[in-house]
Write a protein that binds this ligand. Sequence first.
Ligand SMILES: [Zn+2]
Length: 209
Amino acid sequence: MENRVFNKQTKLSEHLASPSEASLGHLSELNGSRLSPHFTLGELCKTSVNSLDGNIPGQEEIENLKRLCPWLEELRKRYNERYNSLPLQGEMEEVTNQQNERPPLAPPVGGGNEEPIIISSGYRSPEVNRCVGGAHSSNHLTGCAVDIRCVGVEQAIRYAAILLDTADDWKQDFDELLIERNRKGRYWVHFAVRPPHEGNRRKVMMVST
Ligand SMILES: [Zn+2]
């Protein structure tokens, strides 16, 4: 599995470095394969499916993936600010003094380090989408959607709340915000933003697959 993923990433970077891709004029703009400070093109195209086409997006799909990145950066920032910050030293002492009979507070998740947002699926070629049983009109096919891995339902709800707040604060619409759960009890947030001229429906749902 590791090798397969590695091979896919190698293929993608080889493709990006090829003269034909460079001639599209967006290679330098992408600054290698980084679409934003914390998200790379490779992360947003990775797949465990060993497809013949290598799951390589075109220019339009890359533009769509780039449109998602400010949302993902904001999610990362706000999630870490709200849920992953160490209490100030003074606050910690106060809590300890007042509640001597209680055990000390557990350290925050991630030990105060920034928690990353993990993308389990972003762009999907038609072949990859077929293999994973994606919908025919899936926003993944155009690079407009990502699946964000969640530890459990609580994290899924927190991610969803932050994305809704961000949409309100920015006065921008998204197309889909789905909290999804599979039969194994795994949760993820499917989040999609389409180009403005295609219309964003602000569809919010809980989905069991
Ligand atoms: Zn999805």
